[in-house]
Design a protein around this ligand. Structure first.
Ligand SMILES: C[S@@+](CC[C@H](N)C(=O)[O-])C[C@H]1O[C@@H](n2cnc3c(N)ncnc32)[C@H](O)[C@@H]1O
Length: 251
């Protein structure tokens, strides 16, 4: 149970009092906000340049910080849905004047495909339909990469089970360039067990557990929190659906 006294500027949690502006209080409130947002389906309420994007805006902003920093030649994303994230990344590529996107989805619905293909940012996008862990699909992605593509980042946002994400990490990891990232999104599943639209096994069956296993078996990668490029406040942790999601390739 959390008590918030806005007038006094205090938060009471587990019999402890915190100043409302402290990092501890911010984390307590943020965790509750994440849980409330999960139940309220808050992430299903945004569009990016006309296409629905199923992301927490803070995750988009933080990813933008990383993409602007590394300026990838290629952004690979598994999980297209309505195409909002493809359009988001394509817009960044247009602005930076560098990069293109390869998106993979097991089912690209006709109306989504049409809307994405008609979008003014479509020239930056290649879509591949099929399971992201199907060998032939992975080979199709690989054939899109050339020697010119020095910096490649991969974002995994398709099927979020442990087995699927671990397979994706193993199959896409070697496409990531040194200094860049493979990002296993939606580790939040671990923290929302018991909420609507969850399964009881999500405490272990989730992308975060998969990435933890992957870094144990692959010493080319470490879990790395990208540092905030700007921070004049006291908060140093992301408010996110993607806890510990960024795996940096170090060799
Ligand atoms: C969470 S949505 C993606 C959201 C999108 N990235 C965005 O930000 O708006 C997950 C997508 O993964 C796709 N998917 C599920 N299983 C898949 C698989 N085995 N391979 C590829 N895509 C898959 C689903 O069809 C769905 O469109």
């Amino acid at each position: 149970m959390i008590q918030i006294d806005e007038k006094e500027g205090i938060v009471i949690f587990q019999d402890k009092k915190y100043n409302i502006g402290s990092p501890e209080a911010f984390k307590i409130i943020s965790n509750a906000w994440i849980r409330s947002g999960w139940d309220a389906k808050y992430v299903y309420s945004f569009a990016w340049m006309g296409r629905p994007i199923i992301q927490l805006p803070e995750d988009m902003v933080r990813t933008q910080e990383v993409i602007f920093d590394i300026k990838p030649d290629v952004i690979i994303e598994t999980g297209i849905a309505h195409g909002g994230s493809l359009i988001f990344y394509a817009g960044l590529c247009k602005t930076i004047e560098k990069g293109r996107i390869i998106g993979i989805d097991i089912e690209i619905r006709e109306h989504n495909r049409k809307a994405i293909e008609e979008h003014f940012l479509y020239p930056y996008i290649t879509m591949i339909e099929g399971s992201s862990v199907d060998e032939s699909i992975v080979n199709q992605v690989k054939t899109q990469l050339t020697d010119e593509d020095k910096t490649v980042i991969v974002l995994l946002d398709s099927n979020h089970t442990y087995d699927h994400v671990l397979k994706e990490l193993r199959m896409y990891g070697d496409m990531v360039s040194v200094g860049s990232y493979i990002v296993a999104t939606d580790g939040v599943m671990e923290n929302v067990v018991g909420a609507p639209r969850t399964n009881p096994d999500w405490d272990t069956n989730n992308p975060k557990k998969a990435l933890e296993q992957f870094v144990k078996e692959n010493d080319n990668f470490i879990i790395d929190e990208p540092t905030f490029p700007f921070n004049e406040g006291v908060i140093t942790e992301r408010v996110t659906y993607w806890p510990s999601a960024f795996l940096k390739r170090i060799k």
